[in-house]
Design a protein. Structure first.
Length: 275
């Protein structure tokens, strides 16, 4: 999957950034964000993205972090927020090794959601920030590169192998869809003479202003072919929500050629527990 410019998401977030850097800055480790935050709903999230903003204005993700604020004190015993009450929280972003180039800027984008990586809160929540600080694990400049005795190796590319594609454009005003697709394709024969195939389609969809309009669909197909033996298994699932529960549909289908030899489907509902 190719990297995707973060500028659109930055515009929908509270964005802080440095002045253009006079020299390169390297980080290695976990950035830590400390904030005093309040929310107007009993369930809300805090998402932070560390980005590099180039001289051309494009924004590229370095690392990110997320905290369900009902888990501010404990993941084992979450508690609803008191609307309007301030809380001091610490958000540890995922570890990163990155060089911010001179001339660019270091950016911090804060939001209540991180769709489609995280399901939206049951209600639209507004966060209020009063205090905050970001600590970066800055790596000291080296007088000369440290020795690295482990040889570098690169996995050779598979000529002709299908590459995943990403489609992120809005399909209608206010309706957003992210689609990731890898066409089903069989690889070369293995030691048994069988050709194994893999393919998938993942679609995330959300309507602006309606946190419970989200739909996540995933379909994965695996195939095995050798001589007149042609078998495939397809697994699919779809996730939706209301303000009170998650609704999951799942299916599994096995085929030999065009003939379905096994098929099963299930539906389940799970109460939202401060999610």
């Amino acid at each position: 999957r190719p990297p995707i410019d973060q500028s659109t998401d930055d515009a929908r977030s509270l964005l802080f950034h440095t002045a253009p850097l006079s020299e390169d800055v390297e980080i290695l480790g976990n950035p830590v964000l400390r904030l005093r935050v309040s929310a107007d709903r009993p369930v809300a999230k805090l998402a932070a993205r560390l980005v590099e903003i180039g001289a051309d204005g494009q924004s590229w993700l370095v690392t990110s972090g997320l905290l369900n604020l009902t888990h501010r004190d404990s993941h084992a015993a979450p508690e609803p927020l008191v609307p309007g009450a301030p809380y001091d929280v610490e958000l540890r972003l995922s570890s990163a090794a990155h060089r911010f180039n001179a001339g660019g800027r270091i950016g911090l984008a804060i939001s209540e959601s991180l769709w489609p990586l995280v399901w939206p809160s049951p209600e639209i929540a507004t966060l209020t920030l009063s205090l905050g600080a970001l600590s970066l694990p800055v790596r000291p400049h080296e007088a000369k590169p440290a020795p690295f005795p482990i040889p570098e190796r690169h996995t050779p590319s598979r000529d002709g192998a299908p590459r995943p594609t990403a489609v992120t454009e809005p399909v209608l005003p206010g309706l957003y869809r992210i689609e990731l697709s890898t066409p089903l394709a069989a690889g070369p024969p293995n030691v048994t003479g069988a050709r194994l195939g893999r393919g998938r389609l993942e679609v995330s969809e959300l309507r602006e202003g309606d946190p419970n309009s989200g739909v996540w669909r995933h379909r994965a197909t695996s195939s095995w072919m050798r001589g007149d033996w042609d078998c495939a298994v397809e697994a699919a699932c779809e996730l939706r929500s209301t303000a009170d529960e998650f609704q999951l549909s799942e299916s599994l289908t096995a085929k030999r050629g065009d003939t379905v030899v096994f098929e099963t489907r299930s539906e389940s509902k799970t109460k939202r527990d401060l999610v």
